[in-house]
Design a protein. Structure first.
Length: 706
């Protein structure tokens, strides 16, 4: 039996043991607005006004302490007055006599309601694991969420790290030249777990004190508001989809990687302290869950020894990683073997223009020629062994990496019609103010002109693994197919990844969705083409008319198609896709791949907690699972699973197989990505598209984003 099959795998998911039966639900009638925001905020206010627990779940306010609907409406009347922008569309709150309890509602009630009773104890346990870094400290925080596991309620308990400045927002304000310098900072409520981004300066507290005092019922926050001086700033904070106003003295600063230099925090020390290796992470989860178990709310976490039928391995879903190279040669996949196998057999498919012809290369460089010559010699040697010569047509030195110099250099090398431009840049990032730098300029210039480019930073020139990544990138961007699956998917003719490039509105909630993107692959993983729908889209739903243009009849008629959605299908997307599939005689198998908010999986081998094997999965049902799709490069890191959802007749095993198979087909790195290539780099493509970095031809067969 294989080693990975005897290793115990366990989760951060715990079955609910609390006996919950007598709950009451209230239905909200609205004339518009965001029902989830209204319901969530109403539940919070009712929690402050009445005893018991009040939770927003399943589009209902649910409680174990029911109140007369007329009394609740008096609370609503106060909210109409105090928060008209949120509650003006709420018309009525009425007891729902037809409502029925479900496992998910029970799970949410425990996670969002009952656990709040012991929140101080849970935070106190984790506070013992803080690390002081001098100007900042690392906190461990917990997060819980309700789940349904094979028809029964369960909750997950997850641990994460956050870096907190030892100077709060009020102190930091004395060091800035203007209030708008606060915009973009992440902050946390000192009196709760809420965190978010400052998106606007609301004004001085003298203008808002009465309103803020009316909004809160928490005594600790009332004290902060009353004690703060009139001239203290009030900031507008976006937390998830909700927005709140806070006086500065109520907030502490949460530091991100890009903030470390600004707050004089040692980056390497901070990143090391933030990382939680699997053993420590599991220990922290255990400390928190022990308190929850002591209250008889949950049982022991699910594990593969006690609940073997709910755990899958890569072998269980039929995933045997094998790749096909040149001359039809197939070999088992290993990231360490990719380059040797390419050297031995050559690429699966060579672009026709390189039959006996070298790859024409143009170079623009801001680095010293000695560094450049050594790297180009090694790159040329690697490509030559694989069967490709390179012909350096032009080499333009950059005086600076300004937009003007980059554009002049690219224009010059473009005259020699290169197959690809290699751009050698110093290790400089984007401008902090507009998130735009030399990389973005170079990409905008080349992509818009239909020129393939590969950016190479100075720090990567001497790294052997980086050379391998660049070799793959050069091959992929010049139209070659380095390798495909040795065993094509037996349940799909085509696999498509779809996503929307989104950007949040400045100063306001919601989003502006710039474009819909589809990437289409054959069943053997060979890239067919991409399609970009360039009309701006409002909201998070891809309209039916756009979906039809992404799946044209002449290409998809009669085909079996697996569709990977980056995130959740929104609105009527599923119905629109099913309808279109019916009209063109196709079978569409819809798979949601959710990247965040998924509980972790762990492995135990010889008594030591570590990473689970690649392909480990915990099944919530026959159509839903948590999947460890790829492992982090370091053994002291805990993998973040993907949350996979599909629909019958497509099985969760097939969905998992399709994702695992397409993680080994990335041409931008020797390491397999966490996401399948259908949606890998979706964030990068979206970022580039939103910045105007997209090809003039909105359909093509070259993966320009590599």
């Amino acid at each position: 039996m294989r080693q990975e099959e005897v290793r115990t795998v366990f989760t951060e998911v715990f079955p609910v043991r609390a006996a919950i039966a007598d709950l009451t639900a209230y239905r909200l009638t609205t004339g518009g607005g965001d029902l989830s925001i209204i319901g969530g905020k109403l539940s919070y206010r009712l929690r402050r006004n009445y005893p018991g627990h009040w939770v927003w779940t399943n589009l209902r306010v649910v409680t174990d302490s029911p109140q007369d609907a007329a009394d609740i409406m008096r609370v609503v009347e106060g909210l109409w007055r105090d928060q008209p922008e949120v509650f003006r569309d709420l018309q009525e709150v009425k007891k729902d006599s037809a409502w029925r309890l479900s496992p998910q509602i029970v799970a949410d009630f425990v996670s969002r309601g009952l656990l709040e009773d012991i929140d101080p104890d849970l935070r106190r346990v984790l506070a013992q694991n803080e690390q002081d870094l001098g100007s900042a400290r690392v906190e461990r925080v917990y997060d819980t969420r309700g789940w349904t596991v094979h028809g029964q309620p369960a909750i997950s308990i997850s641990i994460s790290s956050r870096l907190i400045s030892n100077h709060d927002l009020k102190d930091f304000m004395h060091t800035i030249s203007q209030p708008d310098d606060l915009i973009g900072l992440w902050v946390g409520d000192k009196t709760s777990t809420l965190k978010g981004e400052i998106i606007q300066i609301a004004g001085k507290l003298s203008e808002h004190r009465k309103r803020l005092r009316a909004l809160t019922q928490r005594e600790d926050m009332v004290q902060v508001i009353e004690a703060a001086p009139d001239d203290e700033l009030v900031v507008h904070v976006l937390a998830g989809r909700n927005e709140y106003d806070y006086p500065a003295s109520a907030l502490r600063i949460i530091l991100r990687t890009e903030d470390l230099r600004r707050f004089n925090v040692n980056a390497s020390q901070a990143l090391k302290a933030m990382k939680i290796e699997p053993g420590l992470r599991a220990q922290l989860v255990s400390q928190v869950s022990d308190l929850v178990k002591a209250k008889r709310l949950v049982g022991d976490a699910f594990n593969s020894r006690g609940s073997a039928q709910q755990f899958l391995t890569a072998h269980d879903v039929g995933f045997e990683p094998r790749l096909r190279f040149g001359d039809g040669e197939s070999r088992p996949y290993s990231e360490r073997s990719l380059l040797p196998l390419l050297r031995q057999f050559g690429p699966y498919r060579r672009a026709s223009r390189f039959a006996g012809e070298p790859i024409r290369v143009g170079i623009v460089s801001a680095l010293q020629s000695r560094q450049l010559d050594d790297f180009l010699s090694r790159l040329s040697g690697e490509l030559r062994v694989i069967g490709f010569g390179i012909d350096i047509r032009s080499n333009m030195a950059l005086a600076t990496v300004s937009r003007a110099d980059l554009e002049r250099a690219v224009t010059a090398v473009q005259l020699d019609r290169p197959d690809i431009v290699l751009a050698f840049l110093p290790d400089t990032g984007p401008n902090e103010e507009d998130e735009w730098g030399p990389y973005e300029n170079l990409k905008e210039i080349t992509v818009s002109r239909g020129i393939q480019s590969q950016v190479i930073y100075q720090s990567t020139l001497s790294k052997q693994y980086a050379l391998g990544n660049i070799v793959l990138g050069v091959l992929g961007k010049t139209g070659n197919i380095p390798f495909v699956l040795a065993d094509p998917l037996n349940y799909a003719d085509l696999v498509v990844g779809i996503d929307i490039a989104r950007r949040r509105r400045e100063r306001l909630g919601g989003s502006i969705n710039a474009t819909a993107i589809a990437r289409i692959y054959f069943g053997n993983g060979e890239f067919l083409r991409y399609v970009i729908h360039d009309t701006p889209l409002e909201g998070e739903t891809i309209p039916e008319s756009v979906l039809q243009t992404l799946f044209p009849l002449d290409e998809f008629s009669g085909k079996r198609v697996v569709i990977h959605r980056d995130g959740y299908f929104r609105g009527d997307e599923k119905e629109a896709l099913r309808s279109w599939a019916g009209k063109i005689g196709a079978q569409f198998h819809l798979v949601e791949v959710i990247k965040t908010g998924t509980p972790r999986l762990y492995g135990i081998e010889r008594g030591t907690v570590g990473q689970p094997p690649k392909g480990s999965a915990f099944m919530l049902s026959n159509t839903e699972a948590f999947l460890v799709s790829s492992l982090p490069p370091f053994r002291d890191a805990t993998p973040q699973p993907l949350h996979i959802r599909t629909e019958a007749p497509f099985t969760i095993g097939q969905a998992i197989h399709s994702i695992l198979a397409l993680t080994i087909l990335h041409y931008g790195s020797l390491r397999p990505p966490r996401l399948p290539v259908t949606i890998h780099y979706s964030d990068k493509i979206a970022y580039m598209a939103l910045k105007g970095i997209k090809p003039k031809q909105l359909e093509g067969n070259i993966p320009y984003w590599l």
